[in-house]
Design a protein around this ligand. Structure first.
Ligand SMILES: CC(C)(COP(=O)(O)OP(=O)(O)OC[C@H]1O[C@@H](n2cnc3c(N)ncnc32)[C@H](O)[C@@H]1OP(=O)(O)O)[C@@H](O)C(=O)NCCC(=O)NCCS
Length: 418
């Protein structure tokens, strides 16, 4: 329906398209657009408050006007997509990542491809900024699947509040409410606990405090656990319509015993509200273990708004991961082979040697190939790639491939959700 003609926006390239005789421009937001953007978001997301969108924009120190992508028809903002510039750990390596959120189209122009065009424009903008991966949360996966995004799942756990509250009667740890002065220590605990993971968002004191503005955490909803006066673990929670939500929990290695008292503290709040305790938890995380020890706990990965991810730049992602892959190859020596990886619109060939990994020219012949879904899984560590490579590899090669790209559960907390 639209015929795209390249145009020039105020902040980097934009697009000028037409719908019938009407002109549609896709460009970076301008300060003067912000009230109209908030109006649109308020209309498109009636369950969220306007204040949330204002805070997510104006209290987020990472926001730049070029991260707000607007579709304009006759000077009216008719669509919006927001890019959240983050750094995300992929197998412990920080890579530039773009979160996609606040996707909205005015009701009278829906179904005309506006959101799809804005998403394509956002992908171009994220690539221009050197971002390697993108992530989002949605209840409309097909809209994003056709742009190359893929659902990645974390288990959602629901625990009975009274049982959780009673879960730790005696403990070696002192639990008290967390305050702003705890942020530097909590940040250090978070960094130590997320080292080597996939999916954790890299934070600073500033971004920690930025997020606190829009998360809606109330005073008394976060706790720290201390042993001999030293803070070794924390939990952050907030009230949701469907339960009291654990935003995140981290602990210092060796202090797994601090987890249950923190869960119990959160359970007491949930019990007072008459709500279950709910949490999105990395598989195998100590919080999952603690919640699963509560008898009536249920787990599902079939969540209403799952996370989706995609590779934005295979070149950037492979470049960032090469040292890690080489270390991995050295630790798991074996037969050399060439592996072709695929992402939307891009491919790369890895030269896996006995004890290292290097990049090859993209035209190089390969012994095995992973399609885009298997490539994303392999790089993030979502599923072992060996069984999915083509042509079907022999057992030795499959074993080495799986050793090179081991499974790593996603370690993403709701506090970084956008
Ligand atoms: C979702 C939304 C942004 C789509 O905008 P749009 O400009 O109409 O999108 P497009 O025309 O590019 O594509 C729409 C596609 O998404 C599908 N879609 C839109 N809303 C959907 C829904 N609630 N459930 C399932 N599919 C949906 C359409 O069927 C269409 O698919 P098709 O082209 O195969 O028919 C718009 O409906 C909106 O603002 N909704 C309210 C806010 C919202 O839910 N945002 C998304 C949050 S992840």
């Amino acid at each position: 329906m639209y015929c795209a003609r390249a145009g020039q926006g105020t902040h980097g390239p934009g697009h000028r398209d037409t719908i019938g005789a009407v002109s549609l421009a896709i460009r970076a937001a301008r300060t003067a657009d912000l009230p109209a953007i908030y109006d649109l978001l308020e209309l498109a997301f009636p369950e969220a408050s306007r204040a949330l969108f204002v805070k997510q924009t104006e209290a987020d120190s990472t926001f730049r006007l070029r991260h707000g992508r607007v579709a304009v028809i006759d000077d009216r903002v008719c669509g919006y997509v927001r890019i959240f510039a983050r750094r995300m750990l992929v197998r412990g390596v920080p890579v530039p990542a773009g979160g996609i959120g606040s996707v909205a189209t005015q009701p009278d122009v829906r179904g005309e491809g506006v959101a799809s065009m804005l998403l394509r424009d956002a992908i171009e903008q994220m690539r221009r900024e050197g971002m390697a991966v993108s992530f989002l949360f949605t209840g409309i996966a097909p809209l994003y699947e056709r742009q190359g995004d893929r659902v990645v799942r974390e288990p959602q756990v629901t625990a009975n509040a009274a049982e959780a509250a009673a879960a730790a009667s005696a403990s070696l740890y002192d639990v008290r409410p967390a305050g702003d002065a705890d942020v530097p220590r909590l940040l250090a605990l978070y960094r130590a606990a997320t080292a080597g993971t996939t999916g954790a968002v890299v934070r600073t004191r500033r971004t920690w405090r930025d997020a606190a503005q829009s998360l809606g955490e109330a005073d008394g909803d976060a706790f720290v656990a201390a042993r001999h006066g030293r803070t070794v673990a924390y939990i952050r929670t907030r009230c949701r319509s469907y339960g009291h939500q654990v935003l995140e929990l981290e602990h210092l290695r060796g202090h797994e015993g601090a987890v249950m008292p923190l869960v119990a503290a959160a359970g007491r709040i949930a019990r007072a509200h008459g709500e279950p305790l709910v949490a999105l938890v990395p598989d195998g995380h100590q919080l999952a273990i603690a919640l699963l020890a509560i008898p009536s706990t249920t787990v599902t990965t079939d969540v209403r708004f799952p996370m989706m991810m995609r590779v934005l730049s295979l070149e950037a992602l492979c470049g960032a991961l090469l040292p890690w892959l080489s270390t991995r190859a050295a630790g798991h020596p074996g037969p050399a082979f060439r592996l072709k990886l695929n992402a939307p619109g891009e491919s790369a060939v890895l030269d896996v040697r006995a004890r290292s990994v290097a990049r090859r020219g993209n035209g190089a012949a390969a012994d095995a190939e992973l399609d885009a879904a298997a490539t994303l899984d392999a790089l993030l560590g979502q599923r072992l790639p060996g069984a999915r490579c083509r042509p079907r590899a022999d057992a030795g090669l499959r074993k080495r491939l799986d050793a090179l790209f081991p499974e790593t559960p996603l370690h993403f907390w709701n506090s970084d959700r956008i």
